[in-house]
Design a protein around this ligand. Structure first.
Ligand code: COA
Length: 325
């Protein structure tokens, strides 16, 4: 008897059943949100986030969501994804990758078995589709979190037991805007840059095409998508810095999630002059003025660029994990 058959029998005995989600509507999403928040201690998943990462993702397929039932009670979910259509220029590069965007299993005696059966089922689906790698959870622009939060010990251990290993890492900074202020140093920096002929301005709607094209050319189509989203607000949530009509940098907030800062980017030729710091403070100040209490600076490895922000109240550390199939 093979190990797989033994496992399946164990599953049947325990009354665990894993299957693709049968339908998706707002009631189902509410149920999934509650399950995820009850099962992922360090995650705070809102309706907006869940929708963005499922039906709001142009790559979405219902069959990439697997649910686990134990004795007819919903106990686990795995939200997967593949790059099918967006951004179009990344589809070919990502054709052999499948993503576990999030996996959540209620605490209980059979938690490890349930997680294992969700992973095995998803892995089977991905193999059928000729994927040769699984990633957790860095599905840019339609991600919940960039990786597995290091204090989610259970998930890290189980993913490792199922053949995943850490391939990269990053952090989220959380900033409590109650204690936020703009240091004099930043104000002086801005004055100096303005004297040098640079202008910092919140972009207006007419700038969208030009700015998005620049962001795509200098950085990536993910960031261009996020920059475009920032123009969908009446008052675009994006700052641009220019000199002599040439864009030198940009920074965005509130695009993917209302309280997320970023992306931010400065032309490589203009870096290390303080431009990025001024852009960063412009956005955080706007977030404060919009009434945001906790701003999140997600998915970064620029540790020292962001520690200059006063009022960092938490750091979340993530492992980005991968399994070769
Ligand atoms: C990150 C980025 C936007 C910074 O822009 P910048 O104009 O070079 O920023 P600044 O000149 O204000 O700061 C540059 C450096 O000075 C450092 N610095 C800022 N204030 C400082 C201070 N008071 N004392 C000492 N160092 C300071 C920063 O730590 C930063 O170091 P780092 O590049 O090693 O992180 C730019 O490097 C970039 O576009 N990178 C590529 C895109 C990217 O990674 N974006 C961030 C994604 S999370």
């Amino acid at each position: 008897m093979s190990a797989d058959i033994q496992v399946m029998e164990v599953m049947t005995i325990m009354g665990i059943k894993v299957s693709p989600l049968e339908r998706i509507d707002s009631d189902v999403l509410t149920t999934l949100r509650e399950l995820m928040n009850a099962s992922l201690k360090h995650a705070f998943i809102t309706d907006h986030m869940l929708e963005r990462c499922t039906t709001g993702d142009p790559n979405f397929r219902r069959k990439d969501i697997l649910v686990a039932y134990e004795n007819d009670e919903l106990v686990g979910v795995l939200i997967g994804g593949i790059r099918r259509s967006a951004p179009p220029d990344m589809v070919s590069e990502h054709r052999s990758v499948g993503w576990v965007k999030a996996v959540a299993v209620r605490p209980g005696p059979h938690r490890a078995e349930i997680l294992g059966s969700l992973l095995r089922e998803f892995e089977g689906l991905m193999k059928e589709e000729d994927k040769n790698r699984l990633r957790a959870c860095d599905f840019a622009s339609w991600h919940f979190f960039p990786g597995i939060e290091v204090h989610h010990d259970f998930y890290i251990e189980e993913l490792m037991r199922h053949g995943f290993s850490k391939v990269s890492e990053c952090v989220d900074y959380e900033v409590d805007l109650l204690r936020f202020y703009i240091p004099q140093r930043i104000k002086r920096l801005e004055e100096r840059l303005m004297k040098e002929g640079l202008s910092f301005k919140r972009a207006s709607r007419g700038d969208e095409g030009r700015v998005a094209e620049w962001v795509k050319r200098k950085f990536s189509s993910f960031w261009a998508y996020e920059a475009k989203l920032s123009f969908s607000f009446k008052k675009p949530k994006i700052w641009v810095v220019e000199k002599d009509g040439r864009i030198l940098g940009f920074s965005v907030y509130g695009a993917l999630e209302p309280n997320w800062f970023g992306p931010i980017g400065v032309d490589p030729e203009a870096r290390a002059r303080g431009i990025g710091s001024v852009l960063l403070f412009k956005c955080l100040q706007d977030m404060r003025l919009e009434g945001t209490r906790i701003a999140v600076i997600p998915w970064t490895s620029h540790l020292f660029f962001y520690t200059q922000v006063p009022a960092i109240s938490a750091v979340k550390h993530y492992w980005i994990m991968e399994k070769k199939l």
